[in-house]
Design a protein around this ligand. Structure first.
Ligand code: AMP
Length: 467
C-alpha cells in the first residue's frame, strides 16, 4: 500500500517522500482515512508504530482545507496566512507607530484549529517536530508548543499570533486558559496522545476543563495503550460514536525488540552487569532507566567517572537543560542516557540500540513504553532488565501485562549465585519459576549466555537505590 491511496494532499505526500517513507505503517493505514473522514477515533497502537503521523497528517489536511474554504468564502479579504509577511501583534505594538492609521484596532487572536494534548514536555516537543517535518510544504504553517518549565513570554507571543496547531501539556495550557491567553473556541480537532499516561499523571480534571473550552462540534482522536478503566470512561465522555482502531496493543510481540532478564544477587552485582553491558561494542547508544530522579543522578555520575559519555535526564531538571541533553543524545555526543520514566516519554532516537532497566518501573505499562525507545524506525533493539529478588513481583506483573516472558540470560563470569526466584502460586505454562533447590540448570524460557568482552567489569558496590 502506498500513501497515495490514503487520500492525503500533495504537500503531505511530498513531505513523506522527502522523509524517505514509502508506505504507511499499520496504524497510519487504518487511522488516516478514518480521521480524514472526520470520525472520532480510539486508537491503541504501540509506541514506535508511527502513530504521530497518523494524527498529524489528518490535522495538517484539516488546516489546509480550512484555509482553502476560508479563501473561497472571502476572496476579497486579505488571506490570514501570508508566510512572507512578518506577523505583527497589534496588542503589543507601540501606539506611537499607529499615529497615521486612525483608531487602534484590537485583533482578537483566532486560536488554533487543532489541539494536541501530550502527557510530557518531551513528547509534546517530539510531536511538534513531527508536525513541522510533515508540514514542511504547507505554506506559512504555524505550530506552537506550550509546555511547563519554560518561560511564559515566548508562549504568550505564540498564542497571540495566528496559529494552526497547538501542542501542549495540560498543566501549562490550563495556566494560559485561566489567564485568558489561550483561545480554544476554534478548535476543530482535539487529539489526546497517550491518554492513559495523562490520567496516570493526574490530568483528568485538566483534560475535562480543556475539552469543555473547545467547541462541542469537534473531532476527537484519542490514543492510549489501553481503553479500560478511567481511560475508557474518559473516551465515553469526550468521543462521539468513535471508531475503534486496535493495531498493536501491549500484548503484541515486539518483533524488533529482543528482551532479556538478568537476575542480580544484589546492588553491586547489578552495577557489574550494567558496566559489562555498557562496555559492549554492539552498544550504539543506551538508554538506562532508573526508578527515581536521585538514582538517575547518582548512576550518571558513577558512569561518568568510569569514562562514559553520559548524562542524566529527569523531570526535576530545568527544561532548557533537558533539551540540551536530548540534543546531545541526538547528536551522538552522548552514548549513554540515564533517565526516569517521565523524562523518557517521547524520546525518538533511532540509534538507541539498548534500553536497560536498571531500576524497574513503578507501573507495568511503563515497561512497554521504556522498551519501545529502542527498535524504532525499522531497526532492531535489545531491552535488558536487571532485577533483584525483591523485583520479582513487578517482573511477574510485567509479564502478565505483556503476556510475554522475558527470557532469562546470564553473562559468563557474572552469573548470579542466588537461586532464581519462583512464583509462590505456580501458573501452568507461565512465569519465571523453576524447580526449587536446583541451581541454574536448563533455562525455561530461551535463556542465553554471553561472553564478557574483557575483565574490565569490576564489581563495584554502590548505594542501594531509593524506592
Ligand atoms: P512514532 O510512533 O510516531 O513515535 O514514530 C516512530 C518512528 O517511525 C519515527 O521515527 C517516525 O519518524 C518513523 N515513521 C513514522 N511513519 C513511518 C513510515 N510510514 N515509514 C517509516 N518510518 C516511519
Amino acid at each position: 500500500m502506498s500513501f497515495d491511496t490514503l487520500g492525503l494532499i500533495e504537500p503531505l505526500t511530498r513531505a513523506l517522500t522527502a522523509a524517505g517513507y514509502t508506505e504507511p505503517t499499520s496504524v497510519q493505514a487504518e487511522a488516516i482515512p478514518a480521521a480524514l473522514a472526520g470520525k472520532d477515533l480510539m486508537v491503541s497502537s504501540r509506541t514506535g508504530s508511527g502513530k504521530t503521523a497518523s494524527f498529524i497528517l489528518p490535522a495538517l489536511t484539516l488546516v489546509m482545507k480550512a484555509r482553502e474554504q476560508q479563501r473561497a468564502a472571502a476572496p476579497q479579504q486579505q488571506p490570514q496566512h501570508q508566510p512572507q509577511q512578518p506577523r505583527e501583534n497589534r496588542e503589543t505594538r507601540d501606539p506611537r507607530d499607529q499615529r497615521n492609521e486612525g483608531p487602534r484596532q484590537y485583533t482578537k487572536p483566532r486560536g488554533p484549529r487543532v489541539l494536541v494534548l501530550c502527557p510530557t514536555r518531551e513528547l509534546a516537543m517530539q510531536v511538534s517536530k513531527a508536525a513541522m517535518d510533515y508540514g514542511r510544504y504547507v505554506p506559512g504553517l504555524s505550530v506552537a508548543t506550550i509546555v511547563g518549565g519554560v518561560p511564559y513570554p515566548a508562549q504568550l507571543k505564540a498564542l497571540r499570533g495566528p496559529l494552526d496547531i497547538l501542542i501542549a501539556t495540560p498543566g501549562r495550557l490550563i495556566d494560559h486558559l485561566g489567564a485568558g491567553k489561550a483561545v480554544l473556541e476554534n478548535i476543530e480537532m482535539l487529539v489526546l496522545d497517550e491518554a492513559d499516561r495523562m490520567l496516570d499523571m493526574g490530568f483528568i480534571d485538566d483534560i475535562h476543563h480543556i475539552a469543555q473550552s473547545t467547541p462541542e462540534k469537534r473531532q476527537t482522536v484519542m490514543f492510549s495503550a489501553t481503553f479500560s478503566g478511567a481511560t475508557g470512561g474518559l473516551a465515553k465522555q469526550l468521543l462521539r460514536e468513535p471508531q475503534r482502531i486496535d493495531v498493536a496493543s501491549h500484548t503484541d510481540t515486539h518483533a524488533d525488540i529482543e528482551q532479556r532478564l538478568h537476575w542480580a544477587d544484589d546492588f553491586g552485582h547489578k552495577n557489574a552487569l550494567l558496566d559489562h553491558i555498557l562496555t559492549g561494542r554492539e552498544v550504539d547508544q543506551a538508554l538506562v532507566f532508573t526508578s527515581t530522579q536521585r538514582d538517575a543522578e547518582v548512576l550518571a555520575d558513577r558512569l561518568a567517572e568510569m569514562g562514559h559519555a553520559v548524562e542524566a535526564l529527569h523531570g526535576g531538571m530545568p527544561q532548557g537543560r533537558r533539551n540540551r541533553v536530548l540534543q546531545n543524545l541526538r547528536n551522538k555526543r552522548l552514548r549513554v542516557l540515564v533517565a526516569t520514566d517521565v523524562a523518557a516519554r517521547g524520546i525518538d532516537v533511532p540509534t538507541i540500540s539498548h534500553v536497560i532497566n536498571f531500576g524497574l518501573p513503578m507501573k507495568e505499562e511503563d515497561y512497554v513504553h521504556r522498551i519501545g525507545r529502542t527498535g524504532r524506525a525499522g531497526r532492531t533493539g535489545l531491552a535488558v532488565t536487571l532485577a533483584e529478588r525483591r523485583d520479582f513481583g513487578m517482573i511477574q506483573r510485567i509479564q502478565r501485562f505483556t503476556t510475554q516472558r522475558m527470557p532469562v540470560a546470564t553473562i559468563t563470569g557474572l552469573e548470579p549465585k542466588r537461586v532464581e526466584p519462583k512464583p509462590t502460586t505456580p501458573r501452568p505454562g507461565f512465569g519465571v519459576g523453576k524447580p526449587a533447590g536446583k541451581s541454574f540448570g536448563p533455562r525455561p524460557f530461551g535463556a542465553k549466555t554471553f561472553k564478557p568482552a574483557g575483565k574490565s567489569f569490576a564489581k563495584k558496590p554502590g548505594p542501594r537505590p531509593e524506592r
